[in-house]
Design a protein around this ligand. Structure first.
Ligand SMILES: NC(=O)c1ccc[n+]([C@@H]2O[C@H](COP(=O)([O-])OP(=O)(O)OC[C@H]3O[C@@H](n4cnc5c(N)ncnc54)[C@H](OP(=O)(O)O)[C@@H]3O)[C@@H](O)[C@H]2O)c1
Length: 331
């Protein structure tokens, strides 16, 4: 396993982190057995992954509970990352949410405690004051942000600090390259990224957009005419599918599986501290860990970047993939 520094925190995090959303949210991700859940956490631990990501919002706490149970005695050997939802950032609710997370995780501290999405109904200073209390009380080791854009970051740093920003990033979703990565770098924040396989699409599993399960077809790439889509925009399906086919052609030409290439492309970006993978089965976790051995040469990276440039330009700077430019939560 490769370890990278997380911003100015002093924490060394594994280049791949384990995403536990899948553990507790069976409605969204489909069913899996407890044996598989536990074995996938074990496989991640055995492979040297030291960062395990969850959130109070995943399965309404079920993910935190499952992760705590699966880690068991290994908890002290790893870093746990969790998150509070933006609607619980009022001081009293923030305290309740953090304490409930600790209880579900079965631990006395959370190593990285994230604000899951920017909030707008509470002064930043009020939430920051409570987060500092958590640090003083030993409940939280480092405060972190998730899905924060340049304006959100500026407002946050006007009163507080944060060691990292957790953001969506994959070959087909490169919005953060435009403005958010520079804003994070300016503040010395580490960057953790999620959805590196675009929920499995970049594993080459589906032959047409219609075949993709509806819960994984909700982002701004897809038309608002499709079920479950909330962003109200036309999407960029033509550009998306042209890019997807071109990525497939490049991978076939290089004799490499698309999932490995997608992960290796993300890992090749030196500003990324850790890439969070979602794996419901130990085989997937091991498969994804193996992608760490794949080094893409500069010409292959340039080809992949060219193949996805049109999608990048069409999506623009808004990295909230689920709500449109009008109602987006990230600014
Ligand atoms: N901060 C945030 O707002 C935010 C948002 C989303 C996610 N996250 C975090 O990031 C983690 C990862 O995100 P994600 O789950 O969307 O990541 P992802 O890696 O893009 O997608 C995970 C899904 O891809 C499929 N998959 C994984 N490895 C595969 C492989 N080798 N071959 C084929 N298919 C494979 C699996 O689908 P099947 O289950 O169908 O097998 C898995 O559930 C989450 O668990 C969560 O911790 C954070």
């Amino acid at each position: 396993m490769e370890y990278r520094k997380l911003g100015a925190s002093g924490l060394e995090v594994s280049a791949l982190a384990y995403g536990a959303w899948q553990l507790g949210d069976k409605t969204y991700w489909g069913d899996s057995s407890w044996e598989d859940d536990e074995a996938s956490v074990q496989a991640a631990f055995d492979a040297g992954i030291n960062l395990f990501d969850t959130a109070a919002g995943y399965g309404e706490g079920a993910s935190e509970e499952a992760l705590g149970k699966a880690l068991g005695k290994r908890r002290d050997d790893v870093l746990i990352s969790s998150k509070v939802l933006p609607q619980f950032c009022r001081p009293d609710l923030l305290r309740q949410s953090c304490e409930a997370s600790l209880k579900r995780l079965g631990t006395d501290h959370i190593d990285l405690y994230h604000i899951h999405w920017p909030f707008y109904d509470v002064p930043v200073a009020d939430a920051w004051a409570v987060l500092q209390e958590f640090v003083d009380e030993g409940k939280v080791r480092e405060v972190a942000l998730s899905n924060y854009g340049p304006q959100n970051i500026a407002e946050w740093f006007a009163v507080g600090t944060s060691v990292s920003n957790q953001l969506i990033y994959n070959l087909l979703t490169r919005c953060i390259e435009l403005e958010i990565i520079p804003a994070c770098e300016e503040k010395g924040m580490g960057i953790m990224v999620y959805m590196p396989l675009m929920q499995g699409i970049l594993a080459g599993r589906w032959d047409s957009i219609d075949d993709i399960p509806e819960s994984r077809r909700r982002t701004r790439h897809f038309s608002c005419e499709r079920s479950m889509v909330r962003h109200g925009e036309p999407g960029c399906e033509a550009e998306l599918w042209a890019a997807y086919r071109e990525i497939g052609r490049i991978c076939d030409g290089a004799g490499l599986p698309m999932a490995d290439v997608a992960l290796a492309w993300t890992l090749a970006n030196p500003v990324i501290s850790s890439v969070i993978i979602g794996g419901r089965r130990p085989e997937q976790v091991l498969r994804n860990v193996k992608a760490l051995d794949l080094r893409l040469d500069d010409s292959l990276i340039a080809e992949l970047n060219a193949a996805t440039e049109a999608v990048k330009q069409t999506l623009g700077t808004n990295s909230d993939m689920f709500w449109g430019n009008a109602g987006g939560r990230t600014h």
